[in-house]
Write a protein that binds this ligand. Structure first.
Ligand SMILES: Nc1ncnc2c1ncn2[C@@H]1O[C@H](COP(=O)(O)OP(=O)(O)OP(=O)(O)O)[C@@H](O)[C@H]1O
Ligand SMILES: [Mg+2]
Length: 353
């Protein structure tokens, strides 16, 4: 468990003083992957550095597994840090050491016997799917494999908390998915709390249970990923699942933007709506995913009736949140003009069942 309370970090003094973290609160529970997103310079890496106390916070507290790190002596802190594993964008492997020797490094520092270290390294490499690569040097491994060695090394001292700073940035989509799947397995198998810093919204959607947006040193929005996606007014929800462009509406129809809420929605909702209203409903565009068994997303539809109250009521009965996007299909209205495109609606099925 990680608990960050009113964390403030300033660099420099006097005119040079810069407030990088400005009273930041953040919790990561056990068995939770909590993502932090935000623009470059927002303070994400500084946050990670403060959680390990490699950077001393100016004020505020960092509590890991119930222990307030800022109150520890340097010696106690060194011990506490063993329970915090870190992985970074650059894998930080030693090029002259094999994968196995890289993973063994933290064990060597602790003076673990050679036999015990070998046993543990084999177990760790097996855990990250690299049992057959123990003797390979970093340059003989792919980026994704090197990152797995880094993860194995971070796990060597059996941490309860894992910090990941852009660990999947720069990897291709396939390697990213495999690292994401590995981290989710580790969260469940080892009861880890994972703080996952990234600028990739797609990765947040795949990996995170909750997400916070950091801007100018403050958390400006946060919540469970599924709640944010179901909330049409959430900026973060929209950033996670941006509205795609959609086809133009047929003449005379009304365009509606609908959002999946927290209640289950029947999969043939558009057909049911057409039936109940006895009119034509066309799907103009959609971005729909199944995340952890819950369907989330939004769609743009055209409904050939002017009985707006009725459409609104029926959509709500179906479990959808709705807003009228324009009053007719005539070109020039904001939604259709911006969204007009010949591409068919896309319905994305997620990898994460
Ligand atoms: N040691 C330092 N001394 C002075 N300023 C620093 C120091 N470390 C970070 N900063 C400043 O703190 C701000 C936040 O930096 P940080 O690296 O935390 O951003 P970030 O959100 O991780 O950005 P990115 O997405 O580019 O990695 C930046 O303006 C940076 O210049
Ligand atoms: Mg950074």
């Amino acid at each position: 468990m990680i608990r960050v309370d009113k964390l403030r970090k300033e660099f420099g003094h006097g005119f040079e003083r810069a407030v990088v973290l400005d009273g930041l609160d953040l919790n990561v529970e056990t068995r939770e992957i909590s993502a932090v997103v935000g623009p470059s310079g927002a303070g994400k890496s500084t946050l990670a550095q403060c959680v390990t106390l490699l950077e001393r916070p100016t004020s505020g507290s960092v509590i890991v597994n119930g222990e307030s790190l800022s109150e520890l002596s340097e010696r106690e802190l060194r011990v506490a840090r063993r329970r915090i594993g870190t992985i970074f964008q650059s894998d930080g492997l030693f090029s002259r050491r094999t994968a196995a020797a890289n993973v063994a490094l933290p064990l060597e520092y602790l003076g673990v016997t050679a036999a015990e270290s070998r046993r543990r390294v084999n177990e760790l490499l097996d855990r990250v799917g690299l049992a057959d690569k123990a003797k390979h040097y970093p340059h003989q491994l792919s980026g994704g494999q090197r990152q797995r060695v880094g993860i194995a090394r971070a796990l060597a001292l059996r941490p309860t908390v894992l910090l990941s700073d852009e660990a999947t940035s720069g990897l291709d989509p396939e390697a990213t998915v495999s690292i994401v799947e590995l981290l989710k397995e580790l969260r469940d198998d080892l009861d880890l709390s994972i703080l996952f810093i990234t600028h990739e919204m797609d990765t947040v959607l795949q990996i995170a249970d909750s997400v916070s947006r950091l801007d100018h040193g403050r958390i400006v929005e946060s919540g469970k990923v599924l709640d944010l996606l179901a909330d049409p007014s959430s900026k973060l929800g929209r950033a996670l699942q941006p509205r795609r462009s959609h086809q133009p509406a047929p003449e005379g129809a009304t365009v509606w933007a609908v959002t999946y809420g927290s209640d289950p929605v029947p999969s043939d909702w558009a057909g049911l709506l057409a039936e109940r209203l006895d009119t034509t409903v066309s799907l103009l565009g959609a971005s729909i995913e199944t995340l952890r068994g819950t369907t989330t997303g939004h769609a743009t539809i055209a409904v050939a009736t002017a009985h707006h109250d009725l459409v609104d009521a029926e959509l709500r009965i179906l479990g959808l949140d709705a807003a009228r996007a324009n009053d007719s299909s005539s070109s020039g209205t904001a939604t259709t003009a911006a969204g007009a495109s010949a591409t068919p609606p896309q319905i994305r099925e997620s990898v994460d069942a």
